[in-house]
Design a protein around this ligand. Sequence first.
Ligand SMILES: Cc1ncc(COP(=O)(O)O)c(C=O)c1O
Length: 443
Amino acid sequence: MKKTTLDRRLFMKGAGAATFMAGAASLPATSAVAQGKGQMQMSMAYDLNEDFNRIGSGDFKWDMIRKFARPYDIPFPMGVADMDFRTLPHITAALQKRLNHHNWGYEGPPLDYKDNIVAWNDTRYDEVVDPSTILNCIGVLDGVLSALVTHCTPGDKIILHTPNYSSFFHIITDAKCELAESDLTLNDGVYDFDYDDTERLLKEGASAIILCNPQNPTGNCWTADQLRKLGDLANKYDALMVADEIHCDFINKHAEYVPYSTLGDAYAMNSVSVKSASKSFNLAGHRTAYMYSQNKDLIGRIVKDGVHYRGLLHAMGTIACNAAYKHGGTYMDDMQSYIDGNSHFLEGFCADKLPLIDFKVQGGTYLAWLDCKKLAAKLGSPDGDDRVGDMLQDFFIQKAGVNLNPGENYGRTGVGYVRMNLGTTHAKLHGALNAIEKACNAL
Ligand SMILES: Cc1ncc(COP(=O)(O)O)c(C=O)c1O
């Protein structure tokens, strides 16, 4: 098979692109009803079917893959984990208002910034966040890194249950620690932690666990029972639980998100949670996130030990996050329903028309974890030192114009899988699947 000249490492990271600043539309009112816990409905206030053109904004997902995949055209970039939709108009309006004040001296976040973080997590998830423990971070990974560097000693082992978000591998190295990889188990389509293996690693001295809840790339939402079993082990061996819950706003209709901090005091006191509005409202380019814990000593140490200097964030990022949490309940409900629709469409399409690809609707995230082992077998062995995932990525790019992330990027159990980003319009998803069907039929 002919090789592309792709720099694959560049596309391993789920980094965000700059938000494309289109003009603010009229602002639909936030519905208090729709912001109620666990409800999901389409308000029709936002046109998520809009064919929003991101080309030319310099983003990773569209512009960079199109550059690196040359001479192949990529009409369907479905890699980097951000979304193709116009962001909440209230966000754009708030940013434009601030832009009109032509002075950019030092400034803190909006006065109600922490209140809105607290309200969002309380209203939607019954999660009580103590505002006095909220720390700013320039990204969720930055918060995870600060927690690890504070709690762990260089050389420590850190447990990662894989397949898991590719950048965690780098963050563990950045913390000067070592990866202790534990494979998730998969039985009848249900993912679980391998508790025996986790305990073995803890006995060997692992000092922290990075939890991804819901999990990128599998889309798995962890149940309270699973989290408690894992948390009991972490507590028994005094390993810190670092809960990355950046994807928590995307939960499909059949599933539930359980915030780690709500499991009970014993769990909350031995954990740090890290979140952001960046996935939910496509704000990753604004580099704004937050972390918190019920354990004030723990949070205090993260600041005091001198590893976390992010007292101030970029003004625009905090304004964007504030407007998102203040006005975004209905938008988020609509988005959840839309992604749920995309996931079901994908499942039906695979069942009906793509016999070489297996997929079951995931619990959360807008990421789909496609089992392509049958397709890989049909394509044959990878060339040279290429990986199965690279071979699959080449196939999807060259034969269908679809960019997907190779499964091995997420750990050793990812071989034979690819990750597809469903944060796009129904029309684009349909177009991509039609192109994949044609490519598979031609094999
Ligand atoms: C689980 C997870 N954590 C963190 C990040 C990156 O977050 P940030 O850009 O805020 O560091 C991503 C992005 O894809 C992610 O999927």
